[in-house]
Design a binder for this molecule. Sequence first.
Ligand code: NAP
Ligand code: MG
Length: 479
Amino acid sequence: MPDGDILIGGDWKQTSDGQTLPVFNPSDGSEFAKIARGNARDIDAAVKAARKAMDGAWGRMPAAERGRLLSKLALKVAEHAEELAVLECKDTGKPLAQGKADATALSRYFEFYGGAADKVHGDTIPYQHGYTVMTLREPHGVCGQIIPWNYPMQIFGRSACGALAMGNAIVVKPAEEACLSILRVGQLMLEVGFPAGAVNIVPGLGHEAGAALSDHPGIDHMSFTGSRQVGTLVQAAAAKFNRPVTMELGGKSPQVVFADADMDAALPFITRAIIQNAGQTCSAGSRLLVEDRVYDEFVGRVAEKFKALRAGPWDRDLDIGPLISKKQKERVEKFIGDAGKDGIKLVASGEVAANAPSGGYYVPPQIFGDVPATHILAQEEVFGPVLAATRFKNEEDAVRIANATPYGLVAGIWTRDGGKQMRMARAVKAGQVFINNYGAGGGIELPFGGFKGSGFGREKGFAALFEFSAIKTVAINHG
Ligand code: NAP
Ligand code: MG
């Protein structure tokens, strides 16, 4: 994989115009690699290569054999876990422990879907006399997949695995800010024997390669993980072709803490859920809703934790790394500055570690208190290490506030009361609800996706296999 190449039809090659983009290390701002700046012609070549794979060796491959390839890849990724983790950390700035966890998760994706590939089948349906009716589960065909920069490896695994297990060929447009790990995995895929064109990877800018992919007539299914704004563009393009889409958009997920909760158990989860990946996680627990009676005590304890948190470069493996880019740092700092101007109280802040490189994009973790549920800090995704705490009076109030954002991705509920647990799980509009834990990042087996503005369609678990295939009903009149 020479620097700056794209993967099309089993070969690494330059883009049609030879253009590349610089890659930066967010821990110190230095440039350390380059990637291809894929364009519309490259996307077109990739879609054609994927179609050829569907019409050839990949399209004819039995499900068990596809599963075997994915299982081999799981082992290969595990062998290269350390290398992939370091690459991911340099590219995104995340602390090494997180990079290692991401590599483990990627291997697990291939393992799960390797085992699942030949376990999906159709039904026979009782029908009229003289008929036999069956359903077949068929791949969509060529799947376009647009991946964000926050968890390149993991989200590549999430989108690619279900599609490949069901026999689709894929054209992947990873994010320009971070995609080195995905390119390396592309190489490992060729090494374990994926046929030419089953997987094609074209990095580039969103409005160039990304837009060309979402607007390409040769795509049969499109999955997009990213912001709501770009998600709308991808859906509008898909509508022109009446093409199915899977949308994994953002979140403003609440952690709801009732007065009877086990505070000691909740505390580490609540901190981790917002500082993981420096808050650049779609499922970040970015709102803390606490019952009035225990609000001061509990928020005080979270504040103590925040004061001890340190941000630093990936290789020091501290509590959090830098944000992905200067632009993202400025965006997060604007949210923080505006909250201050609006009189929202900063309860506690961590620190940037002494000796952190001055060119890095660091923002220390911060918690704001008594944030009105309607304030932008409690409504919009900051995508940084910023927690907004809000009081609630009772269960009804908790439900109202928890659901009062445009999003509905994940929720955490903390209470010892079994009835309350179930009522909250039913009342909260979110794709995943965690009772006395919070862990959307783990659990390859668990279906994941949004309600409301967080998107639709499900990835992960068995649900992804249905997402990346369609039912064909075959009715035979045999008399
Ligand atoms: P983004 O701007 O929407 O970018 C996501 C991807 O779309 C990138 O690959 C980007 O390419 C590409 N893109 C940008 N403009 C495009 C266009 N006009 N047409 C087609 N593709 C285009 O999002 P981001 O700011 O990088 O990522 C953070 C967002 O992703 C957050 O809102 C977060 O919540 C969300 N997210 C959601 C999930 C989930 O599963 N629900 C998971 C992770 C992240 P370039 O980056 O190269 O421009
Ligand atoms: Mg980078």
